[in-house]
Design a protein around this ligand. Structure first.
Ligand code: F6R
Ligand code: MG
Ligand code: MG
Length: 371
């Protein structure tokens, strides 16, 4: 059977109002472009969604990852949506399209990409996670919990087909290097890296030998684009997305979602310069309001049927997450009271913009040696 590729490509091409949400006309425009591509046979299926101020294109096809046809299509959809955004004078229209011309692959051009190619199983549950007002490292903790933490995922202990653990592909986004690490054997080494989430990010997870799935086909993937790194200056958020497959030799859907029941602190909130709790919300509540946040995550659940996307189910539209949201709001209130102080404000080297050089320049003649 032909392999299926699932590509989730996102960009902020204009917010409404400010950086709060995606205008419905952008979603309509994206749908128009992808519908045409489905008619022509390039796509098997698609969904266009909005999470916070990010336009999300979820596409299935047979072209493999990094296909210039698929990336070109996404680019075209973002360009057309940008036109709509400019007509409506939406905020930051086209901000994540860092180049004027598409050159074969959207990676490094602004949009975020999570895509994987795999053999569709007899039944293939898939979750698309979309975060706003944070950075790729925000996925480290939940992805680790899903595939590596027996206190989250009971299957690691009790399911013989996943008892051997998983392989984690970790990227050093500063040095542009990657390393494969095996869990549970390298648990402490892995945590030493991924706990430093602004530098080391989990890119993919693979099954191990002896399980039910092919070892060379990923079971989870996260976008790792850092806009700041690409553009060399602050141009917007990296707002990451991820795809996670579930069940039958993989963590159950409930184990995947359990990892989001703790609103951990992530960076990227307000001006890309603050820490805040990650709040799981429904699509309807994926609007960043208070202090441009707090950072949010949406989960769209699907079954794949020969590449067709059956869904989505709005997975965090669920009272079971009320307690997490309540906790996130308490943390929001608490951390906001720090105002411009760390650890609410990010350490200097991680802030996306700062007035410090100017302040120092102003004070330069007044600084004296200390005894
Ligand atoms: C951007 C974002 C916001 C902005 C803030 C200031 O995705 O989340 O926090 O950084 O609203 O935006 P400007 O400088 O454009 O007014
Ligand atoms: Mg924005
Ligand atoms: Mg955003």
């Amino acid at each position: 059977m032909a392999k299926i590729t699932v590509s989730l490509i996102k960009a902020d091409v204009g917010g409404y109002p400010g950086h709060a949400s995606v205008h419905p006309d952008l979603i309509k425009e994206g749908e128009k472009v992808l519908k045409e591509a489905k008619k022509e046979g390039l796509l098997i299926d698609f969904r266009v969604m909005g999470a916070g101020d990010d336009l999300q294109l979820l596409m299935t096809h047979n072209k493999g990852v990094d296909s210039s046809d698929i990336h070109g299509l996404a680019w075209q959809a973002f360009e057309k949506a940008t036109k709509v955004a400019k007509n409506l004078k939406l905020y930051g229209a086209g901000q994540d399209l860092l180049s004027d011309a598409f050159s074969g692959n959207v990676r490094g051009m602004g949009p975020g990409v999570a895509e994987m190619e795999f053999t569709e199983r007899k039944a293939e549950p898939l979750v698309a996670f979309m975060m706003d007002k944070t950075e790729p490292g925000a996925f480290n903790l939940p992805i680790f919990k899903i595939f590596g933490d027996p206190f989250n995922t009971a299957g690691l202990v009790v399911d013989p087909s996943m008892h051997a653990g998983f392989i984690f592909e970790v990227w050093d986004i500063l040095e542009h290097k990657k390393v494969l690490m095996s869990l549970p054997e390298e648990l402490y080494d892995l945590l030493a890296l991924i706990g430093a989430k602004s530098r080391y990010v989990i890119k993919r997870v693979f099954p191990k030998k002896g399980g039910k799935l092919p070892v060379d086909e990923p079971v989870a993937v996260v976008s790792t684009e850092k806009l700041y790194e690409i553009a060399g200056e602050y141009v917007g958020k990296d707002d990451p997305v991820g795809l996670v497959r579930a069940q039958s030799g993989l963590p159950a859907l409930g184990e995947v979602l359990e990892a989001f029941s703790f609103p951990h602190l992530v960076s990227g909130w307000m001006r890309g310069s603050h820490n805040g709790p990650l709040m799981p919300v429904s699509f309807k509540d994926a609007r960043c309001t208070r202090f441009d946040g707090p950072p949010r995550v949406v989960g769209a659940g699907f079954q794949l049927s020969n590449g067709l996307l059956v869904g989505p189910v709005d997975l965090f539209d669920d009272p079971a997450y009320d307690i997490t949201r309540q906790k996130a709001q308490e943390i929001t209130d608490y951390i906001r009271r720090h105002g411009p102080f760390e650890p609410h404000r990010l350490p200097l080297e991680e802030m996306e913009y700062t007035t410090l050089p100017k302040v120092l320049q102003k004070l330069k003649d007044r600084f004296e040696e200390v005894e």
